[in-house]
Write a protein that binds this ligand. Structure first.
Ligand code: PEP
Ligand code: MG
Length: 294
């Protein structure tokens, strides 16, 4: 046990039998960078856009991205995740009756393609300026076609590594087809839970449905992880579940290859993995996906 705790102190994430699991950080800006993570699995770029009357300029975006790339050259940058539920005044989107089901995330691109093109160009410029090789990923992707079109836009901008988030159950069900279009998947369990259970993720009265230990959510995660193992491509989790030391071993047992979380959660998750073999994780995962709901 002492050995497990020692091994868990720092360095890359791994199980007691040395199965590697990348432990990455979720950040909103360079200010959130902290030691202990093996990289950045989710750079939420909307913080740069929040509370502004006009879009940040190309140059302003380049310098914000470059600050992150100087510290973490292989960071995964999520393109703007805005919409009527994460409102950005400069987008000028009309109010919608069901904002979580409307124009948000990658869907904003249907109305304003220049927003994504500017952002991808700024990421590519910042990468060149710093000699970094970041990845980009799109939020709220629903179909393989959307994944393919996003990958094409990123490639045109000169970004080599492209992924998509799995936050919509339809995309999880077609995980293999979605993954065929990109290099990796990153599962956003916060939204995937919301959409799988038809339960507003902010609703305090629905916490039981939004619990990431729900077997139905874990089975969607399993579909994605199995698609990743079959394709030999990475599949990570970047929702809150990834930072929960009780859930992280289950996610690893389901087959995910990285966990991205608030930097503060990394030591607890590292310790939880170091105490278990991959077989232990798989056993916990099997129990979790078949757990009888109360
Ligand atoms: C998620 O939905 O799980 C996620 C990581 O994205 P966000 O919380 O920013 O919507
Ligand atoms: Mg999300």
């Amino acid at each position: 046990e002492d050995r497990a705790r020692l091994a868990a102190g720092s360095g890359p994430g791994r199980t007691a039998d040395d199965h590697p699991v990348k432990l990455l950080a979720n950040i909103g800006s360079a200010a959130d960078l902290a030691p202990g993570a093996e990289g950045v699995g989710l750079f939420r770029t909307e913080f740069l856009f929040l509370g502004r009357r006009s879009a940040p300029s190309f140059d302003e975006q380049v310098s914000a991205y470059a600050r992150v790339f100087e510290a973490v050259p292989d960071a995964i940058v999520r393109t703007l995740d805005a919409g009527t539920d994460k409102p950005l005044p400069f987008l000028g989107l009309d109010a919608e009756p069901n904002p979580a089901l409307g124009i948000r995330g990658l869907r904003v691109d249907r109305l304003m393609p220049e927003v994504l093109d500017t952002q991808l160009a700024a990421i590519a410029r910042a990468a060149r300026a710093t000699g970094a090789r970041p990845s980009v990923m799109a939020p709220m992707v629903s179909t393989p076609g959307e994944a393919a079109r996003f990958a094409e836009r990123a490639a045109k901008a000169g970004i080599q590594r492209v992924g998509v988030m799995i936050e919509v159950p339809a995309a999880a069900l077609l995980a293999a087809e979605v993954l065929a279009e990109v290099d990796f998947l990153s599962i956003g369990t916060n939204d995937l839970g919301q959409y799988a259970f038809a339960a507003d993720r902010q609703h305090p009265g629905l916490a039981d449905l939004l619990d990431p230990r729900q077997p139905a959510l874990l089975r969607l995660v399993r579909l994605c992880a199995e698609a990743g193992l079959a394709a030999g491509k990475p599949v990570g989790v970047c929702g809150e579940a990834a930072g929960d030391p009780r859930l992280a071993p289950i996610l690893v047992g389901l087959g995910v290859s990285s966990l991205s979380m608030s930097a503060l959660s990394i030591p607890g998750v590292r310790a939880a993995l170091a105490e278990r073999t991959l077989d232990d994780c798989r056993r916990e995962a099997r129990a979790a996906v078949t757990r009888k709901e109360g």
